[in-house]
Design a protein around this ligand. Structure first.
Ligand code: 2AL
Length: 174
């Protein structure tokens, strides 16, 4: 899908296609649609980033709270979005041993109790051991620093999802 095709999408199609690049936040793609025409995919990403940065602290935390826990209840019950399911499976979250599951549950609960939002990391860029290490490490941050850190991870997840959509569309046309 090249940028001319993206720029010609109705807002309904744009939100259907790009609505989950930020997990469960279709409002963001609905909002940035009005900035068409985009120069390229990076420009789409820049508008998403600017939208997120324009939010208040509670707005940013709202975005974080739309994310599922890693290896959490939504994964166990099959309730994850397609994108999150693929990412968590690829990162080995579906094949944790019992020790890793216990560590993940305990640390996720401690993290949520401390910050009031779930631990978020771009799992496609991290292996299982690194995810657990960062979860322990980031628990030491203060809330403002951790909010910004988590938003940086949301932006990485968003970037990879955007590129996957465009790439998989091009592959289906080959
Ligand atoms: C996720 C997710 O669903 N995909 C990803 O990369 N990270 N969730 C999370 N809590 O970090």
């Amino acid at each position: 899908m090249d940028i001319r095709v993206i720029n010609s999408l109705t807002y309904e199609d744009f939100v259907n296609i790009f609505g989950n690049v930020v997990e469960k936040c279709p409002l963001i793609s609905a909002a940035i649609w009005s900035h068409r025409p985009f120069k390229d995919l990076e420009d789409v990403e820049t508008h998403i980033t600017e939208f997120i940065h324009s939010l208040s602290d509670s707005g940013k935390e709202g975005i974080l709270r739309c994310h599922p826990d890693l290896a959490g209840r939504d994964l166990q019950t099959g309730a994850l979005t397609r994108e999150s399911q693929e990412e968590q499976s690829q990162a080995g979250m579906t094949t944790l041993d019992s020790r890793e599951i216990l560590d993940m549950y305990r640390l996720n609960a401690e993290y949520k109790e401390r910050f009031g939002f779930p631990f978020i990391i771009c799992v496609r860029l991290n292996k299982k051991a690194e995810i657990l290490r960062q979860l322990s490490e980031r628990l030491k941050n203060d809330r403002a620093a951790e909010r910004e850190r988590a938003i940086e991870e949301v932006k990485k997840i968003c970037s990879l999802r955007l590129h996957s959509i465009v790439l998989s569309d091009m592959q289906t046309k080959l």
